[in-house]
Design a protein around this ligand. Structure first.
Ligand code: PLP
Length: 397
């Protein structure tokens, strides 16, 4: 019999750090070493670890009811759906457990709406190179990166990939089979790359011209991360469908697909579902998360801290050899270097700082949106110092 690490499938490249406790932007490993967390479990702990209002809401709900089948009406789901409808341009919600499931639901809804409501045979979804949409068979096929597909063929048909921010490429990919365009307004895993406003304008007008649905994958960019509740708000483009997960319930697993009212008949009773989707516990965590964000103006805070942080990095790194660019929106920032940055991630961990990459040459910062200003500045200064030191060793020169 195998034990410990050997008992796990080796599908993750894991850092040799064993975190056991977290509060706010601080986390601790088994040996008691403290880290400043600038990655929030990849955009999950947007209110920090164990935020008090969510903790209290979870404790209350744990005393009441944990799980109920979606064969019954669930008051928490109704309250959460109404709140999401008020905060977004959408009217309807479906709840699930992860980002991939939310995108899977969006793909299914787009196909079924065209087939059953509009009565046509449009099923293709256009997505973009370097996008990331999940690990299920449909969502890894939607993903615009070959590495996630390796060894998993045959893949489902009906997905077409186009270069990001390429209007002409997009135009020529649209056919009479196209049902929808799936877009990250800022590509997260793909290198923290924002869409250009002109490109988004073209996407919107092509959707209107050809009768296509716009699916906004806001799984990484949503829940205040980019400085507004949803990234699409900064691009003057209302999606038909929005997918959410990650920060939605502050770390309790939950995904959501939101949609406009006219999509309602795309799903009928029995056409889609999930045993665990929208349990009372998940809904309690999400309601407390969103209410806290709204009450405390957290998205605006993310915008301010993100802009200040990007400026601080640009000035600390100016003249450092190999710096390509500091970019991003709100508290989703990328530092692109001219060479791989994995070594800096390790050095940062040694210095008590948790950061991750987005592709080989980009350091990605996604701190809690509640990070204290002193912590944020200290983290950025430490990181800039490490990057400058690496550059001095000639790695980036
Ligand atoms: N879409 C985007 C933009 C993501 O960043 C991710 C995860 O990183 C996903 C989808 C998949 O989410 P999950 O890992 O919860 O399935």
């Amino acid at each position: 019999m195998t034990t410990g690490k050997e008992a796990l499938f080796p599908n993750y490249g894991r850092f040799p750090i064993r975190l056991v406790k977290g509060k706010g932007s601080r986390v601790w490993d088994e040996a008691g070493k403290e880290y400043l967390d600038l990655m929030s479990g990849i955009a999950v702990a947007n209110l920090g670890h164990a935020p008090e209002p969510v903790l209290e809401a979870l404790k209350r709900q744990l005393d009441e009811l944990w799980h109920v089948s979606n064969l019954f009406e669930i008051p928490g789901q109704e309250r959460l759906a109404a709140l999401l409808a008020r905060l977004s341009c959408a009217d309807l919600a479906f709840f699930c457990n992860s980002g991939a499931e939310a995108n899977e639901a969006a793909i299914k809804l787009a196909r079924r709406y065209h087939r059953k409501v509009l009565g046509n045979n449009r099923y293709e979804i256009i997505t973009f190179r370097n996008s990331f949409h999940g690990r299920t068979l449909a969502t890894l096929t939607a993903t615009g990166q070959d590495k996630v597909k390796d060894g998993f063929d045959p893949l489902p048909t009906g997905f077409v990939h186009v270069d990001y921010n390429d209007v002409d490429g997009l135009k020529s990919a649209i056919t009479d089979k196209t049902a929808a365009i799936m877009l990250e307004f800022v590509q997260g895993e793909g290198g923290v790359r924002p869409a250009s406003p002109d490109f988004v304008a073209a996407v919107k007008s092509l959707c209107a011209e050809h009768g296509l649905l716009l699916i906004a994958d806001e799984i990484q960019t949503g829940i205040g991360r980019t400085g507004t509740f949803f990234a699409y708000e900064q691009f003057d483009a209302e999606p038909d469908i929005i997918t959410l997960a990650k920060g939605l319930a502050s770390g309790f697993p939950m995904g959501a697909m939101l949609g406009k009212a006219y999509l309602s008949d795309g799903f009928s009773a029995g056409s889609h579902g999930s045993t665990f989707g929208g349990t009372p516990i998940a809904c309690a965590a999400a309601l407390a998360t969103l209410e806290t964000m709204e009450k405390e103006g957290i998205p605006a805070r993310a915008k301010r801290l993100g802009e200040q942080g990007a400026e601080r990095l640009r000035s600390a790194l100016s003249g450092v050899p190999g710096l390509v660019e500091v970019r991003g929106r709100g508290l989703l920032l990328g530092i692109e270097m001219a060479a791989p940055v994995a070594g800096i991630v390790t050095k940062a961990q040694e210095a008590g700082l948790l950061v991750i990459t987005a592709g080989p040459n980009v350091l990605r910062l996604l701190p809690a949106l509640t990070i204290e200003e002193e912590q944020w500045n200290r983290g950025l200064d430490t990181l800039a110092g490490l990057i400058a030191a690496e550059s001095k060793d000639g790695i980036y020169a």
